[in-house]
Design a protein around this ligand. Sequence first.
Ligand code: PGA
Length: 243
Amino acid sequence: MPRKLAAGNWKMNGLRADLTQLETLAARHSDASVDILICPPATLISQCKDLLFDIGGQDCHTLMAGAHTGDISAKMLADAGASHVITGHSERRMDHGETDAIVAAKSQAAHAAGLVAVICIGETRDQREAGTTLDVIDSQLAGSVPDGAGAYNTVIAYEPVWAIGTGKVPTLDQIRQVHGHIRARMRARFDDAAEMRILYGGSVKASNAADIFAVPDVDGALVGGASLTADDFSPIITALEAS
Ligand code: PGA
């Protein structure tokens, strides 16, 4: 069984004053039995690196350096103190037109810089209603997870687009089905797929975390809104430890 992972994605939220939330969280979970990853905005990464958590970026470029105004490379994230980077979040796929090929290239860049890529996939509401969820998952996995991925450098996050920030969550059976499917697909490609963490993301909160964490092949969560304060994120970490 892989070691569980509680990951927080702060998105475009967080000023220096909010670092007190992380200090509080660190004090409460100094002896955590699960891994804790915080992905703050890039402006805060270097100030987070002394906390006991793993720190991640939220995106990286496909290249390590060059004339790409406003972008950030995997090497820069590593240099600032990050050990992870989220790639292919649905907000990047939608807001910035990121294709599976781009996500794969970004994940490869992450690996080349020594970062763990947290590769996000998930179906839209229309795709769920059309009954094509597993097809979408298949093509996103095939297109976004590069060769050379393994449990040591890759985490998969299943995030149904319609569940992100909406308060809507799939049924536990739907989560079980997709996570089992992802595990099987990864087993077919990678020898150490049993150890690869598969996170659920989308409206995870204290009240539903324990149920979600009891689902087979759920190795943790990628949490957005409920990772912004210590009071919201702490019970999710505790639920993961108890699972
Ligand atoms: P949410 O976001 O927890 O606010 O739904 C999850 C995510 O987008 O990673």
